[in-house]
Design a binder for this molecule. Sequence first.
Ligand SMILES: [Mg+2]
Length: 183
Amino acid sequence: MIKYDAIFLDRDGTINFDPGFVQNVDQFKFYDFAFPALKVLSQHGNNFCIISNQSGVGRGLIDISDLRELNAFIRREFINNQINLLDIYNCTDHPNEATNRRKPGTGMFLEAADDHDIELKRCLMIGDSERDLIPAHFLGMDTMLVLTGNGHLTLDNIAPSDKPTFVVENILEGAKMLVKKFI
Ligand SMILES: [Mg+2]
């Protein structure tokens, strides 16, 4: 397939349950369909980056060491499933003092492009919130809205200018659709 230089993944509500703020590994649970989806895409040559706002750190709700431990857990799970995770980017800014790193800012995407020599115009962003779609759209990427997490709410409220390229029930349905469409 390899239509995309890289596939960017939102985290909460896209590849794992979103209970509000995931504070540590114990509260983190991948959706059952997440790795089957990533395997389908991975087998067709795609690489992944996770791009996730984690304002819980800036709000004092999440300990940065717990977030690091969670990231190490996520990396191990990707390795165990033989999926090429290029990197994990988190923005820990409090929303009231947000830099351009915090989605819908483009900062984390630009960092990833620089770190891994990624051509953003040849990428896809998969997420459940408008703030996942806005920066991706701005950067010329394809966008996929999943109807897990905040997905339904997002679909009901999205600005016509940020209409996603694809809308799918969940990331597994999205993966199957992409393979069918581009293989
Ligand atoms: Mg999300």
